[in-house]
Write a protein that binds this ligand. Sequence first.
Ligand code: HEM
Ligand SMILES: *[C@@H]1O[C@H](CO)[C@@H](O)[C@H](O)[C@H]1NC(C)=O
Ligand SMILES: *[C@@H]1O[C@H](CO)[C@@H](O)[C@H](O)[C@H]1NC(C)=O
Length: 241
Amino acid sequence: MRQEILEKYYTPEELEKGAHHLGFLWASVANTIPSMFWTMYYLLRHPEAMAAVHDEIDHLLQSTGQKKGSGFSIHLTREQLDNLVYLESCIFEVLRLCSSSCSFRFVEENLTINSESGAYCVRKGDAVIIFPAALHKDPEVFEAPEKFKYDRFVEHGEKKTVFYKRGKKLKYYLMPFGCGASKCPGRFFSLIEMKGLLVALLTYFDFEIIDDKPVGLNYNRSLLGILHPDSDVSFRYKVKS
Ligand code: HEM
Ligand SMILES: *[C@@H]1O[C@H](CO)[C@@H](O)[C@H](O)[C@H]1NC(C)=O
Ligand SMILES: *[C@@H]1O[C@H](CO)[C@@H](O)[C@H](O)[C@H]1NC(C)=O
């Protein structure tokens, strides 16, 4: 379908078609991979998070009559993956802590943006960059924002979707996928993809980080997406018996 659409707008010899394909390929993997890495990393560093996620997965497997271990394959529906609220909360916590994406927009007509800190007049032709990491690290919205809290996005066993700043309920509190018309169209797919892979890894293998030195964020990719770690992490794994 993409090929057909591109053929409508470009002649066969135009290089932009390849650039589009490469852009899509990049978008479809570049952020999911580091998000996956950080979720495994934080789970391994936070035993209480790992225990909660294991509990949740075990409960789901039991309630759907499935066995785990080598020789058994697991089948989960999208809805079942969607309902893994602790696993999702861990992924959201990773996106909150490690995302450095921005939304970049060109202003098409003179516009006044009203906000609590005042009115901003932007002119046609200006560029506006929205940087959600500032919101993600705001201590008035997220208590102890530098801390990984595995259940930050869970309340009474369900997804927590209400966050406040100075008593006002926020319309946007987590924006790792951007906003508006250009909001990431891969956001549902990437969550399901990560959850599926995490369930598989956690039910078939035991993982253990070998060295204890903490890993930080490398800011080389600032504004471009999920940040990478600033060093390698050695780990060992074995098939669960
Ligand atoms: C954890 C994973 C991902 C993250 C954090 C992420 C994040 C983002 C962000 C921040 C944007 C820019 C939104 C804006 O301008 O406001 C974006 C755009 C986009 N993403 Fe993702 N993304 C992820 C996974 C994916 C996947 C799996 C795909 C495709 C299979 C994908 C395809 C795209 C495309 C095509 C755009 C451009 C949309 C447009 O400009 O209209 N993304 N993504
Ligand atoms: C937009 O704003 C600029 C700067 O204030 C002004 O010069 C211009 O005439 C405005 N354009 C329109 C279409 O109102
Ligand atoms: C980050 O960028 C700097 C300069 O481009 C480079 O020297 C360094 O190796 C990069 N670090 C990583 C971890 O990619």
